[in-house]
Design a protein around this ligand. Structure first.
Ligand code: FE2
Ligand code: FE2
Length: 195
């Protein structure tokens, strides 16, 4: 059952064109995103050790994201691309985190729901990248696998939220954050990067 919501704003073709025009830079950013996604899942474990019901799935998600990092890095190695030396701040993540409430209970819900939205945006964009790859079947297949995996993660974080909060509260807030995400993504300047 799909628990995550559809994104409010679809990514346009100009983003895919920007990525395909500098795929090396995109891979560098993509590797960082996977590494950060793994760290983010483990940061939930560190911050909420008493929320025992979600810990196994968080560990599983962290392992999968680290696996994605390993796979992206292997594609980079094959192409002679190094990891980015300087990791720039992701303006998308920064703007999303500014939407979070500051009190601990509502912040916990917000962080779970933002994790879902970030995963859904990743899934949408990896699908676009997959569709745009013409000449490399292995790379195309990799992005196909990725978008299905990130869509699954999009669901997992809503499932966790539904475990700790009632359904109306979860979906009211998810709708709000989803609408905010649409505005944020539209306001970003185009880069050969996931966001
Ligand atoms: Fe991932
Ligand atoms: Fe993911």
């Amino acid at each position: 059952m799909k628990l995550s919501l559809e994104l409010t704003v679809a990514t346009g073709p100009e983003w895919v064109q920007t990525v395909m025009a500098d795929f090396s830079a995109f891979l560098q950013d993509h590797a960082d995103c996977e590494r950060k996604a793994s760290a983010m899942a483990m940061s939930f474990v560190a911050k909420y050790p008493d929320r025992v019901e979600m810990i196994p799935e968080l560990i599983e998600t962290a392992v999968e994201e680290l696996g994605h990092f390993q796979q992206v890095y292997s594609h980079m190695e094959q192409r002679g691309i190094r990891l980015a030396r300087e990791i720039t701040e992701d303006p998308y993540i920064k703007a999303l985190l500014e939407c979070c409430h500051t009190d601990s209970e509502r912040r916990f819900l917000d962080r779970l729901l933002l994790a879902s939205i970030i995963e859904c945006r990743g899934a949408e964009r990896f699908r676009l990248v997959c569709d745009a790859i013409r000449d490399d079947a292995e790379l195309k297949n990799f992005y196909h696998q990725l978008w299905t995996s990130e869509a699954k993660h999009g669901n997992v974080f809503v499932k966790m939220a539904l475990h700790y909060f009632d359904q109306a509260k979860v979906y009211d807030r998810l709708n709000e954050l989803n609408a905010a995400e649409g505005k944020i993504i539209q306001g970003l300047s185009l880069r050969a990067a996931l966001h």
